[in-house]
Design a protein around this ligand. Structure first.
Ligand code: PMP
Length: 355
């Protein structure tokens, strides 16, 4: 703390990201990255761009990438905003649509960046407790004062909320923005993007970090009514006229175009996830029904913190949250089949020693 700090900085408890480790032997299942490399076309596009264009500024409007994303969803580029990871898109969304003095709502167990942004931008908030099975208590999100935000599927629980419930929330908040953070939607069922044409209070935020294997490139985007997109663009232009660099733009375009690779890799992760869930259950875990590229699991007799620590000693990193209601759960990212076989080998050793 310093006398030079602004009130905003004093209020802010920065988000603590999952551990990143230099040890190359570590099996990293803690930050929901994709275990597959990006489409080979991404590397090719980036190499070409590096050879030719790095001395030139990127496009401030990023039209080509926005067109590519729009085409995938049968929308227009006016429906698309792109930013430096969905974290930046979410931060801009808080500034564009939520305001001091009007309470927003988000789930009490949810993406821990939301309270960080809310405090930073002085937006009051209510944290809505989830149901006991971690499903969203839909009616508690009706008629909010200042707006609503939640991830779908939720993180870290992996629970998916259907479009009927989302429509009820949208209809009961006609004068407030409802932001749906779909970081993990490609491992789930239907996206709420199909509702954009009907609801001008809907903003969907997605990322290329998970299903497109591009966490290192930092590309996120929002989809919504052109008025909502214009609001985000105003915020962006006030901070930085170029939020995406040239390599990120061409890499993201190539990833967006390679639909075959995208489908093959996401389907494979879903298949591995289902196998992992079965194997976890055989080992005495309760696993929350997952629609994401991670699972949320609790052992019937062993403590999650004990398992987290033992796994870490065995060079396996998973995520444990020191938070009431979920401190006996582990969040485990789905890796390749080989990653998960190694995970089970190490887990079995630990469970055996502990029994
Ligand atoms: N939303 C949720 C729910 C997430 O879990 C994450 C990843 N930590 C993000 C947004 C941000 O993803 P990125 O900034 O990599 O797009």
């Amino acid at each position: 703390m310093s006398k030079f700090w602004s009130e905003a900085v004093k209020r802010c408890d920065p988000y603590v990201p999952g551990e990143q480790m230099n040890n190359p032997n570590i099996l990293k299942l803690n930050t929901n990255e994709n275990p597959n490399p990006p489409s080979p076309n991404v590397m090719e596009a980036i190499n070409k761009e590096m050879e030719r264009k790095l001395n030139l500024y990127p496009s401030p409007t990023v039209d080509q990438l926005r067109n590519e994303i729009a085409a995938y969803y049968h929308l227009a580029k006016e429906n698309i905003f792109v930013g430096n990871g969905s974290d930046e898109v979410l931060a801009f969304s808080f500034m564009a649509f939520f305001e001091p003095g009007k309470k927003i709502r988000f789930p009490a167990i949810s993406y821990s960046f939301y309270p960080v942004y809310a405090k930073l931008f002085n937006i009051p908030y209510e944290e809505i407790p989830l149901n006991r099975d971690f499903t969203l208590p839909v009616e508690d999100f009706f008629q909010s004062e200042g707006g609503v935000i939640f991830p779908n599927p939720n993180a870290p629980t992996s629970v998916y909320l259907g479009l009927d419930a989302i429509e009820e929330i949208l209809q009961s908040n006609p004068n407030q923005m409802v932001i749906i953070d779909e970081a993990y939607i490609d491992f789930a069922l239907e996206s709420a993007v199909s509702l954009i044409a009907t609801y001008d209070n809907l903003l969907v935020v997605q990322t290329m970090s998970k299903s497109r294997s591009l966490a290192g490139l930092r590309v996120g985007f929002a989809l919504g009514n052109p008025n909502a997109i214009e609001a985000l663009t105003r915020i962006k232009d006030s901070f930085n006229s170029y939020t995406l660099d040239r390599l990120a733009i061409v890499g993201a375009e190539a990833a967006m175009k390679d639909t075959d690779y995208f489908i093959a890799t996401t389907q494979k992760i879903i298949q591995t996830r289902e196998w992992v869930i079965t194997e976890m259950k055989k080992r005495g875990f309760y696993v929350v029904p997952s629609k994401a590229n991670f699972i949320f699991a609790s052992h019937y007799t062993k403590s999650a913190l004990g398992l987290y620590t033992a796994l870490k000693e065995n060079e396996v990193l998973v995520r444990h949250f020191n938070k009431p209601d979920i401190d006996n759960y582990l969040r485990i990212t789905i890796g390749t089949d080989n990653d998960m076989k190694l995970f089970f080998q190490k887990l079995d050793d630990i469970l055996e020693k502990a029994s």
